[in-house]
Write a protein that binds this ligand. Structure first.
Ligand SMILES: Cc1cc2nc3c(=O)[nH]c(=O)nc-3n(C[C@H](O)[C@H](O)[C@H](O)COP(=O)(O)OP(=O)(O)OC[C@H]3O[C@@H](n4cnc5c(N)ncnc54)[C@H](O)[C@@H]3O)c2cc1C
Length: 533
């Protein structure tokens, strides 16, 4: 079905002049292009995948559709929030959100269950019911306050990234300090200072899969932003994740801009020290006065800039200063009954080993022996969350099951092609599939015998479709080292080349949208956040 503002590069290459070339059509690239469109400027968004949206894209098989990188988003369902206001602006108020209700996450350790309730008071109250001792209640109270303070301090930390170099040199340290005080330490370190109760720590960090690093390795800053983002509940796009790119594309289109799919950039063209355009993989050169890359720091500095330019401009090795995030496997399941008939709820599951409150220890054991219990299994019920689902896919339900899986386990099939990776690859996937299904059936036993479609994505799928060469689930790892880096900002040493995307802010739709605002703020020298505050 044709969608206004999205078309194939192969069928019709771009025409005319554009104010900017944006590499990648993920949430961040779309944000930049739509902000420009709102100011009457034509942006050309180049996307290598056959579909637009980056991790907001969906894929379809017969009677089913699955969202790849969106399961729930915080804040958007609260009309007064900054994020809701940003989305209204980017989509011309054409995107609706379905509130997930009171419980958004269920955290499970074997048979022990905890629920995260929407609303700061409800969140604390329900946790305190399960952790009633005075010491635990005090720790929960201090935890919630610390989440709020660290999240608030992020604003000036992030805005510093948009400042011109001389101002940043003068005031940068001060603007970053408040966030880094707790945000720059590991999550484990900060929580150790709040409580000695391992179970409470395990529950409070039970969403760590949302940023992909266990407490001993993750920055508390990322944890605080994530926990704070969801603390007032979460929502799902009505009509599925593809509605995000569709509604934003219409805004880009209204100013004469376009998103071209199957349009892979091979090189950023640099003359002296200025970016002048891009060279496509078919050899065509496209020029524009501004180039914005949302393809990730590793791609942009490591692959899209020619080696000579990299070395000449001091970019060599920059991307190696922070490790890539982990990779994942995803199980996409389809059932020939509705979510209601199957008794599926909206709230996600985070499933951990029985008594396995030490997430770092679980991860270590799993990395040493893949047959050990999964350190985390995430389960989402998209068809239960989307009120429009039944009108599009009547009588069907879908479930996503995800666990972490290091890229190294799959590296030996790197040279093979999608769908033709061989018997041993299929057997490895089947083993993981069977084990993940066992976990699902343990918690939703009524599903046994009802599975109609089952498909697994691996880190090689992430590499193939979204161009993360190590199958990274969230770009660069959200470690304390990452938050210490000053080069993760929109401005690059190359004139007229700007970065955007989750790597310069944080993973998540909110992080990616914020990166778009940040990039335009840096490019234009004005605060785009102010408009929505
Ligand atoms: C499994 C999973 C679940 C997630 N769940 C959630 C969730 O529930 N809630 C939430 O808020 N966030 C979630 N996220 C995170 C969120 O989806 C991402 O952080 C966000 O979408 C990243 O946006 P981005 O624009 O920075 O990058 P991307 O979406 O990765 O976009 C970058 C784009 O650049 C394109 N590209 C790369 N190289 C080139 C090239 N050479 N030429 C042209 N195009 C190129 C890629 O194909 C891609 O489309 C999830 C992510 C994953 C992987």
């Amino acid at each position: 079905m044709a969608v206004a503002g999205i078309r194939s590069y192969v069928q019709r290459p771009p025409e005319g002049d554009y104010a900017a070339i944006v590499i990648g059509s993920g949430m961040s690239g779309l944000t930049c292009a739509a902000l420009m469109a709102r100011e009457g400027q034509r942006a050309l968004v180049l996307e290598r995948h056959y579909t637009a949206g980056g991790f907001t894209h969906v894929f379809r098989r017969g009677d089913y559709e699955w969202d790849v990188g969106i399961h729930y988003i915080g804040e958007v369902h609260r009309p007064e929030s900054l994020l809701a206001s940003v989305f209204r602006y980017l989509t011309d108020d054409k995107l609706e959100w379905a509130d997930m209700g009171e419980v958004y996450d269920r955290i499970v350790f074997g048979d022990e269950r905890f629920e995260l309730h929407a609303g700061v008071d409800a969140f604390s109250r329900h946790l305190c019911e399960q952790f009633p001792s005075a010491a635990d209640r005090r720790a929960i109270d201090r935890y919630v306050r610390l989440i709020r303070e660290t999240s608030r301090a992020y604003r000036s930390y992030a805005m510093e990234k948009a400042l011109p170099a001389p101002v940043s040199r003068l005031a940068g340290g001060l603007l970053r300090r408040r966030f880094l005080r707790f945000g720059g330490r590991t999550t484990r370190d900060v929580l150790d200072g709040l409580t000695d109760n391992p179970k409470l720590k395990g529950v409070l960090t039970g969403q760590y899969g949302d940023y992909g690093l266990p407490p001993g390795q993750s920055a508390f800053g990322m944890h605080a932003l994530l926990a704070g983002h969801y603390m007032r509940g979460a929502a799902f796009p009505v009509g599925g994740s593809s509605r995000i790119a569709e509604t934003i594309a219409a805004v880009i289109d209204s100013a004469g801009g376009v998103i071209l799919t199957k349009a892979e950039v091979e090189r950023i063209l640099i003359e002296k020290s200025t970016a002048v355009g891009v060279k496509m993989t078919d050899g065509r050169e496209l020029r524009a006065p501004l180039v914005i890359s949302s393809a990730g720091v590793a791609n942009t500095f490591g692959r899209l800039i020619a080696r000579d330019d990299r070395e000449r401009l001091g970019l060599a090795g920059l991307q190696d200063r922070v490790d890539p995030s982990w990779a994942h496997v995803g199980l996409y399941l389809g059932f020939r009954q509705t979510a209601e008939e199957l008794g599926l709820q909206k709230a996600n599951y985070w499933i951990y080993p029985e008594g396995g409150f030490d997430h770092d220890a679980n991860v270590r054991a799993y990395l040493a022996d893949p047959e050990r219990e999964f350190p985390v299994v995430y389960i989402s019920f998209p068809s239960a969350k989307d009120p429009d689902w039944e009108s599009r896919y009547p009588g069907r339900a879908t479930i996503d099951v995800i666990t972490l899986a290091p890229y190294e386990w799959f590296a030996r099939w790197e040279g093979t092609r999608w769908h033709r990776r061989g018997q041993d690859y299929e057997a490895f996937k089947q083993r993981l599939t069977d084990r993940l299904l066992d976990v699902l059936y343990r918690y939703e036993p009524q599903l046994r015998g009802k599975l109609d479609h089952c498909e697994m994505s691996t880190p090689l799928s992430t590499r193939h479709f979204v161009n993360y060469s190590r199958g990274e689930i969230y770009g660069l790892a959200h470690s304390p080292q990452r938050f210490a880096q000053r080069f993760l900002r929109p401005k690059t040493p190359v004139r007229r080349l700007w970065l955007t995307g989750q790597d310069i802010t944080t993973a998540g739709i909110a992080g990616a949208a914020a990166s778009g605002l940040l990039t335009l703020s840096a490019v234009r020298g004005k605060d785009y956040f102010r408009r929505f505050a």
